[in-house]
Design a protein around this ligand. Structure first.
Ligand code: AR6
Length: 168
C-alpha cells in the first residue's frame, strides 16, 4: 500500500472513496463535512437520511463508518465516519484509530482501491494535530487492507506539518 500526504481540499480529489469526518446524525455540519455535502450535492444527504431511517436510527456510533454515493464529487463513494471529540480526561484514541480501520474495512467491502482521508477529529472536535496525525498514520500502516492508495488530504499547514512528522 502507498500512503501519501497532500495539502488541499479533499473535495477536489479523484479517488474511489472520500472519507468524511461526519457527526453521528449524518445530517451534515461544518468543516470538511459541510464542504463534502456542498460539493457533492443533495444525493449524499438523501442517502444519509435513508441510512438513519434504516440502519442507524440512533445515529452512526463514534468510531464506525458507512458509505453513500459521492454525488457530484469525482469519486464513487463517500465513507462517513464519526471521530471522537477530544478529551483531556479520557483517552479516546482507540475510537479515533477505529475510524481509520473501519473506513478501510468499508472501502474493502466496496472494492475501493484509492481512498482519501481528512484529519478526522482534528478540527471542530479539538484533537491536537500531532496526536491526530500519529494515530492516523500508525493505524493505516497497521491495517490489513486491499486499498492500495491512501492519501491524507490536509487543509491547513499545522495539520500538514504534523502528518509530515508522523510519516517520518
Ligand atoms: N478538505 C480537507 N480537509 C478539510 C476540509 C476540506 N475541504 N475542510 C476542513 N478540513 P472538521 P472534526 C479539515 O472540523 O474535527 C463537522 O461539523 C480541518 O481543517 O471538519 O472531525 C461535523 O459535522 C481539520 O483539519 O472535523 C462534525 O460535527 C479536519 O478537516 C464535526 O465537524 C477535520 O476538521 C467533526 O469534527
Amino acid at each position: 500500500m502507498g500512503i501519501s500526504i497532500l495539502r488541499g481540499d479533499i473535495t477536489k480529489q479523484a479517488v474511489d472513496a472520500i472519507v468524511n469526518a461526519a457527526n453521528s446524525s449524518l445530517m451534515g455540519g461544518g468543516g470538511v463535512d459541510g464542504a463534502i455535502h456542498r460539493a457533492g450535492g443533495p444525493a449524499i444527504l438523501d442517502e444519509c437520511r435513508d441510512l438513519r431511517a434504516s440502519r442507524y436510527g440512533r445515529g452512526l456510533p463514534t468510531g464506525q463508518a458507512v458509505a453513500t454515493t459521492a454525488g457530484n464529487l469525482n469519486a464513487r463513494w463517500v465513507i462517513h465516519t464519526v471521530g471522537p471529540v477530544y478529551s483531556e480526561s479520557e483517552d479516546r484514541s482507540a475510537l479515533l484509530a477505529s475510524c481509520y480501520r473501519e473506513s478501510l474495512r468499508v472501502a474493502d467491502e466496496l472494492g475501493a482501491a484509492s481512498v482519501a482521508f481528512p484529519a478526522v477529529s482534528a478540527g471542530v472536535y479539538g484533537w491536537p494535530a500531532e496526536s491526530a496525525a500519529r494515530i492516523a498514520v500508525a493505524t493505516v500502516r497497521e491495517t490489513d487492507t486491499r486499498v492500495d492508495d491512501v492519501r491524507f488530504v490536509l487543509f491547513n499547514d499545522e495539520v500538514y506539518a504534523a502528518f509530515e512528522r508522523a510519516m517520518g
